[in-house]
Design a protein around this ligand. Structure first.
Ligand SMILES: *Cc1c(COP(=O)(O)O)cnc(C)c1O
Length: 390
């Protein structure tokens, strides 16, 4: 059977909706238009029930309880609500927070806003393997530290951070712990109890659900975390996120979580094996290839590889049959080196010569072998003297 191209290998940017999730979304969209806040009739009850079922499914995937889940428009909003909502309550918009230089802009942005409002932020540098040391987080804490924010898995290099260790340190010191788990949830087991996390952000479209929906986990026991809302209006989501709920999106997100929990034990080793096969092909066929970030403690479907003597944008132009990214999705048209690769000590030339490859649920072995061969051919072609090097 012929391969359908282009082949999608950019699952850290977003994932296609799972067919089962899509049919559930369509059914809810068609049959349940009620407003969950309409508590006086059956249309409202049906919609409210769908939302509560979704809340159970999301909580179930991360080991929380339904009452600890606040639905949002995605991980960006969850990060904003968690960080700025905690800053207001626990620091009066002042005080100190600790984070890392690996964070997504959805965390960097609200932390910059926290600083504009009068707070202080210490940014801990990651080690060259692409992980932060829990001890460095501990050492960065000050007397008035109110919160630590460390992502669970990095979106470019896929490295998994020592969040359980960091959670223990935070608990000992009575400091809140937030983690952006948008890349981790659904790909590796996530348990808010084991990690000892107080606030956790997740996103539907990274786990084969629809775009524009996500959640913030807010711990209710030991300790009970209080947040200030960013928006004001109705009382939805305990007043933390007012506005009529996106019922079809939320229901589908819940279903995506349920499904992810069901298939993860098979999906993760399958993707890890395909990923390892691709890396073996690349390093076996080409000189001057470097894996960015440790191969251990890494998301199963992630590769991030730099090629000596290449610029990433040339490589992407030569690789239109496969959809990969040169670093984070938003900067792929620029030749600027990836800030994350620079942050872990990769030199500018190699940091501007990297591909992020993200395998996903519907990626086949045939697609991986085809993509590997195309990458090898493109890199060899670009390195051959006399080839255009625009
Ligand atoms: C994708 C992503 C986000 C943003 O999520 P949205 O739901 O698109 O707002 C935040 N953090 C990380 C680590 C991500 O990968």
């Amino acid at each position: 059977m012929a391969l359908r191209t282009p082949i999608y290998l950019d699952h850290h940017a977003t994932t296609p909706i799972d067919p089962g999730v899509l049919s559930f979304l369509q059914e809810v969209q068609r049959d349940h238009f009620g407003n969950p806040a309409s508590s006086g009739h059956a249309f409202g009850w049906a919609a409210a029930r769908l939302v509560e079922e979704a809340r159970e499914k999301v909580a179930g995937l991360i080991g929380g309880t339904a009452r600890e889940i606040i639905f949002t428009s995605g991980a960006t909003e969850s990060d904003n609500l968690g960080l700025l909502g905690a800053a207001r309550i626990y620091g009066g918009d002042g005080g100190h927070m600790v984070t890392t230089n690996l964070e997504h802009e959805a965390v960097r942005g609200p932390l910059e806003e926290f600083e504009r409002r009068g707070g202080r932020v210490t940014v801990v540098q990651a080690l060259p393997e692409g992980r932060v040391a829990a001890g460095d987080i501990a050492a960065a804490m000050e007397k008035d530290t109110i919160l630590v924010s460390v992502m669970m898995a990095q979106n470019e290099i896929g490295t998994i951070q020592p969040v359980a260790e960091i959670g223990r340190i935070c608990k000992q010191r009575g400091v809140l712990f937030h983690t952006d788990a948008a890349q981790a949830v659904g790909r590796i087991p996530v348990d808010v109890q084991r990690v000892g996390v107080d606030l956790l952000s997740l996103s539907s479209h990274k786990i084969y659900g629809p775009k524009g929906v996500g959640a913030l986990y807010v711990r209710r026991r030991d300790p009970r975390v209080t947040l200030a809302p960013l928006h004001f209006g109705g009382g939805q989501e305990r007043g933390l996120r007012p506005g009529t709920l996106n019922v079809p999106g939320i229901a589908a997100f819940g279903e995506a979580c349920r499904l992810a929990g069901e298939v993860m034990a098979d999906e993760a080793p399958r993707l890890r094996a395909l990923r390892d096969r691709m890396w073996d092909t690349l390093k076996g066929s080409l000189d001057g290839v470097h894996l960015n970030g440790t191969i251990e403690e890494r998301l199963p479907g992630n590769l991030n590889v730099s090629f000596e003597g290449i610029r990433a944008h040339q490589l992407l132009s030569a690789l239109t049959v496969i959809a990969v990214s040169s670093s984070s999705a938003c900067s792929s048209l620029e030749t600027r080196p990836s800030a994350i690769l620079t942050a872990i000590g990769v030199g500018d030339d190699l940091a501007a010569a990297s591909l992020r490859i993200g395998l996903g649920r519907f990626t086949s072995g045939e697609e991986v072998d085809f993509a590997s061969a195309r990458i090898v051919a493109a890199v060899s072609g670009l390195r051959t003297p006399g080839q255009s090097s625009s």
